[in-house]
Design a protein around this ligand. Structure first.
Ligand code: FAD
Length: 482
């Protein structure tokens, strides 16, 4: 190996790239087994996409973060960290379509009173026609659009699924993989909604479903990861903020050393194991020797959708009762608005509140490059029209950008991704986990599970397949709080 004039850091047994939920849960699981790790994080803060940002007396998450899992282990783990700060929130979320607010998840009575009798019949006829067509033709859906129409009928799909999805992804639904629908809203069938409506009187006294309530850390989602941080630091782990890998050297199917920029200084780290939760595309780009051409080509084809939050602090105690509201209409420039105070009163001072206006965009498009004033101009006229705020109530605004917010499931993503994964799996001491790290549309629960399993693969030599996490394709809204 060529000699480089760099400081050689002492050998690091376990190196974790990224201090988001996946990286933090890996370090926490290692800590529980009395193993320390070095964690490298490019931001000035931990938590990744689940970070909580602080602006003066106001706090917010990066978009709404509702915790949900089928895994009791995760609830116990978080409860043990947060104790009484892990609160239950009564959920209220709505859609705004054509000047009307609809409850989300959809409730039949509410939806039908909003769309009227005539349209209700049209929806029912269209849905029945589609179900018969599915039986007769039985064609496998090849795009998100085909899947949504097959599941809901075209009229219902166009009412609140297709246009919102196109706004999130910036692509026509015919160019989006059906995987996304399967992962996000499988189980939300029209029959399920009807069944729920018919049985709702019986279930009133039963346990609340996670559709009606969810758990939340009372000072923001990142409290989970801050608590993990407190614990792991006591066990000798180190977190380097404002740090990132520059080159990853490999030899004989092993990661041998990494040039790491630690707070502005390049150092060589020699790890035994690497757990990476940073974008898989970034890992490929810094491999040395370089990845084969086929891999580099596939790498360029994978895209992430970016996200911008416009955070507005307000001199009024409340805006709306919802945690968040979706805006599928294309004429409205933003996708969603959340009010952090409706997750926990501690997110704003008592007499004031705040809103987060969310935009989805491509890195370097017009929205990405817009400054705060331009995003304000785009938003304010709608916020006033919706009767949410008056311009004079605004105290201040801030913007926050996330380049790698959503791994894009276009029609060919699986082919490209499998080329990357086949290449990376040869490295016996490297595990790629997390949302951007495994290019999987994960929520926190699956990011946490991946981190825990990756750590156990090291601690106990278990052979957990990280790829299996989240493959059950369950609808995230199911489940009960016991
Ligand atoms: C708008 C929005 C709303 C969401 N809502 C919910 C919700 O309601 N419920 C829910 O459970 N989940 C939600 N999520 C998803 C949740 O935030 C993610 O699933 C979770 O944060 C993924 O954790 P991760 O560790 O895999 O990735 P990340 O959170 O992305 O963490 C990766 C970390 O790696 C760091 N990193 C990246 N590149 C480098 C580099 N080169 N060097 C060093 N460090 C690097 C990043 O800064 C980051 O800290 C939402 C996400 C978004 C964007």
């Amino acid at each position: 190996m060529k000699s480089r004039n760099l400081q050689i850091n002492s050998k690091q047994e376990i190196l974790i790239l990224g201090a988001g939920p996946a990286g933090m849960s890996a370090s926490f699981e290692l800590h529980k087994a009395a193993k320390a790790a070095m964690i490298i994080e490019k931001n000035e803060y931990i938590g990744g996409l689940a970070a909580t940002l602080q602006y003066g007396e106001f706090k917010t998450d990066i978009g709404p973060h509702r915790f949900f899992s089928h895994n009791k282990y995760l609830y116990d783990l978080i409860e043990d960290l947060l104790l009484e700060r892990w609160i239950k929130v009564n959920r209220l979320t709505r859609f705004y379509i054509n000047g009307k607010f609809f409850l989300y998840p959809i409730q039949l009575k509410d939806a039908f009173s909003n769309i009227g009798l005539h349209k209700t019949f049209k929806v029912a006829a269209d849905y029945s026609f589609q179900k018969i067509k599915n039986i007769l033709v039985g064609k496998k859906a090849e795009s998100f659009e085909e899947q949504a129409v097959a599941d809901f009928g075209r009229i219902l799909a166009e009412l609140n699924i297709l246009n919102y999805t196109e706004k999130i992804w910036g692509l026509p639904c015919s160019e989006i993989s059906p995987d996304w629908l399967k992962q996000r809203i499988e189980g939300l069938s029209v029959m399920e909604i009807i069944k729920k409506t018919l049985t709702s009187s019986k279930t009133k006294k039963g346990p609340k479903t996670l559709v009606e309530q969810f758990y939340y850390p009372d000072t923001g989602t990142n409290s989970i990861y801050e608590k993990m941080q407190e614990r792991i630091l006591t066990g000798g782990s180190i977190i380097h903020l404002k740090s990132y890998p520059v080159k990853i050297f490999h030899n004989n199917k092993k990661i041998t050393e990494i040039i790491m920029n630690i707070n502005g200084n390049d150092q060589i780290i020699i790890p035994d194991y690497v757990i990476s939760s940073i974008p898989i595309t970034e890992i490929i780009n810094i491999m040395e020797p370089k990845a084969p051409d086929e891999v580099l080509k596939a790498n360029k084809k994978l895209r992430y959708r970016s996200h911008i939050s416009l955070f507005i602090t307000l001199d009024k105690p409340s805006v709306f009762p919802d945690q968040w509201i979706y805006f599928p209409d294309k004429e409205i420039p933003f996708c969603r608005i959340m009010e952090p105070k409706n997750f926990s009163k501690k997110m704003s001072p008592l007499s004031r509140t705040s809103l987060v206006v969310e935009f989805f965009c491509w890195e370097n498009d017009k929205i990405w490059n817009a400054n705060k004033e331009e995003l304000f101009d785009l938003s304010i006229k709608w916020l006033e029209k919706l009767n949410f705020i008056k311009e004079k109530e605004i105290i201040e605004g801030f913007i926050h950008k996330e380049k790698y917010a959503y791994p894009l499931y276009d029609l060919n993503y699986k082919d490209h991704l499998s080329i990357l994964k086949n290449y990376l799996k040869q490295f016996k001491n490297l595990q790629c986990i997390g949302r951007a790290g495994s290019f999987k549309y994960n929520n926190q629960d699956h990011a946490l599970e991946m981190g825990i399993l990756a750590a156990r693969n090291i601690i106990e030599g278990e052979k957990n397949n990280i790829e299996d996490v989240g493959t059950e394709q369950e609808y995230f809204e199911k489940g009960y709080i016991k």
